[in-house]
Design a protein around this ligand. Structure first.
Ligand SMILES: *Cc1c(COP(=O)(O)O)cnc(C)c1O
Length: 462
């Protein structure tokens, strides 16, 4: 990441070094424990300590209490860096974080401190954002099929921006929130995405004229266009085509007397460092298309609704091996005549699985495999065994990995899994009575002070 480019922090332009470079020197100590008013604690890394140090410490602490509960660590610094990367690469595009991707209060609070907007899809998400101090004009109610009562709630709480893609929705909105600022969601080509959304949402281009006519009759204010290229988009060209489609809609609207002023390019950006297409490549194509179809002097404001972009790589899961089974039958068959065939294969049972933090494995088409690794140091000479890792519930579907080669694990060993921030914690259940993993949100002292987070989190120190 380039630290040279300027970033807007609300007080003028400063570089990232300047942003984080003014942290006051703090007293010696390791990790301060802080509390946010809503839920969960915020822990602060002092004196150059890292997330890995935090995980080590937490595992030590839990082990000494004979507590094996799984936990997640949310690295708020990582979100700050992702945000900086966004501002650097897409300077014209204002991000509205999609709350459904990860609704952890500390995540919302961190993004509020970074001054992003929020994409909420229900009364509950709007309530959450408002309760954490998000101002209603920073919220887009980005769901095209809304319950009447939720539209009324949005209206009563000053949330005015909302999307639609059908005539019926226009009627509902004209009843419950006639002054709403409407954004027409169009269907775009999402065939290059790992999780497609346009079968369920979005008006087809050929229906746009009719919809706008209806909005006109109902005296509604349609001020923009939105789309979503699908989650985990793998092709830059999808954005380019969608932006071109949106231009067509702007032109149709203009002919009909609407002066549209907002383009919302949705989500779809991966949050993983190892994703097949770099964010910078997407940005280049998006910027090119924006400059062509919506140049700065067009006066059109651009926004987006990134979800996984901000949080996917910020979360690491730590889960404990609570049981194991050694399998010795049929092992030679499994090895296919391989001379170095081990004499057994292993089955391990973790205390978190697909009904818990690893729900992405069955719910998120863009995250169907994880790579657990051992928390303890592993010697390269240790014998590896083919191992299946299961989640804790009684369901066979609850499988974490299939036939990974692992050193021998023991009950009480900890496994770590990275990139656990997207469509994970917001989809967990307590099926079979297994509790949800606790989330520890961690921030470095530098970022804490640079962003004045003590105000955001109403910190109380112990
Ligand atoms: C889910 C969703 C998003 C976020 O998508 P990501 O792929 O996580 O960036 C944004 N907008 C809408 C309308 C969504 O449904």
């Amino acid at each position: 990441m380039s630290g040279k480019r300027d970033v807007q922090d609300g007080k003028g332009l400063r570089t990232m070094e300047q942003l984080v470079g003014h942290a006051p020197v703090t007293k010696n100590g390791s990790i301060l424990h802080l509390f946010s008013p809503e839920e969960g604690d915020i822990d602060i890394l002092e004196n150059g300590r890292t997330i890995d140090d935090f995980i080590d410490l937490k595992i030590k602490e839990l082990s000494s209490e004979e507590n094996e509960e799984p936990f997640l660590v949310a690295n708020l610094d990582s979100m700050f860096k992702r945000h900086f990367r966004w501002l650097t690469n897409l300077p014209r595009v204002k991000p509205f974080y999609a709350v459904k991707c990860n609704n952890t209060p500390a995540v919302v609070q961190m993004l509020r401190a970074l001054d992003t907007g929020f994409d909420c899809a229900s009364k509950g998400e709007i309530e959450l954002a408002l309760s954490l101090g998000v101002s209603p004009d920073k919220i887009i109610y980005a769901h095209t099929t809304k319950p009447l009562s939720h539209i009324k709630y949005a209206c009563a709480h000053g949330v005015n921006m909302m999307t639609f893609d059908s005539e019926d929705e226009l009627l509902k909105i004209s009843l419950c929130h006639p002054k709403a600022k409407l954004v027409l969601r169009i269907a775009v080509d999402d065939s290059k995405s790992l999780l497609r959304l346009n079968l369920k949402f979005g008006a087809k281009l050929e229906n746009v004229g009719k919809l706008l006519e209806r909005a006109h009759e109902l005296d509604l204010n349609v001020m923009g266009v939105s789309f979503h290229v699908g989650s985990g988009c793998t092709e830059c060209a999808s954005f380019k085509q969608a932006i071109e489609d949106a231009r067509q809609v702007f032109d149709i609207a203009k002919l009909m007397g609407f002066q549209m002023s907002l383009l919302d390019i949705g989500g779809g950006f991966s949050g993983r460092e190892d994703f097949q297409v770099k964010f910078e490549e997407f940005s280049e194509v998006i910027n090119g298309a924006l400059d062509k179809y919506f140049p700065p002097d067009s006066g059109v404001k651009i926004m987006a609704e990134p979800g996984r972009y901000y949080v996917e790589s910020a979360f690491t899961l730590a889960a404990n091996v609570i049981a194991r089974r050694v399998i010795t039958d049929d092992i030679t068959e499994l090895c296919n005549g391989n001379e170095d065939c081990p004499d057994k294969m292993m089955m391990y049972y973790l205390n978190d699985g697909v009904y818990g933090s690893l729900s992405c494995l069955i719910n998120d088409a863009a995250h169907t495999a994880v790579e657990p690794y051992l928390h303890r140091a592993v010697d390269s000479s240790e014998q590896r065994y083919p191992s299946v890792i299961w989640g804790p519930t009684c369901d066979c579907l609850d499988k974490v990995t299939d036939s990974h080669w692992f050193p021998e694990l023991h009950v009480g060993d900890w496994l770590l899994i990275d990139n656990m921030g997207a469509y994970s914690v917001s989809l967990t259940t307590d099926f079979n009575g297994f509790e949800r993993a606790h989330i520890y949100s961690v921030v470095s002292n530098d970022i804490l002070h640079a962003l004045n987070l003590s105000h955001t989190f109403e910190i109380i120190q112990d």
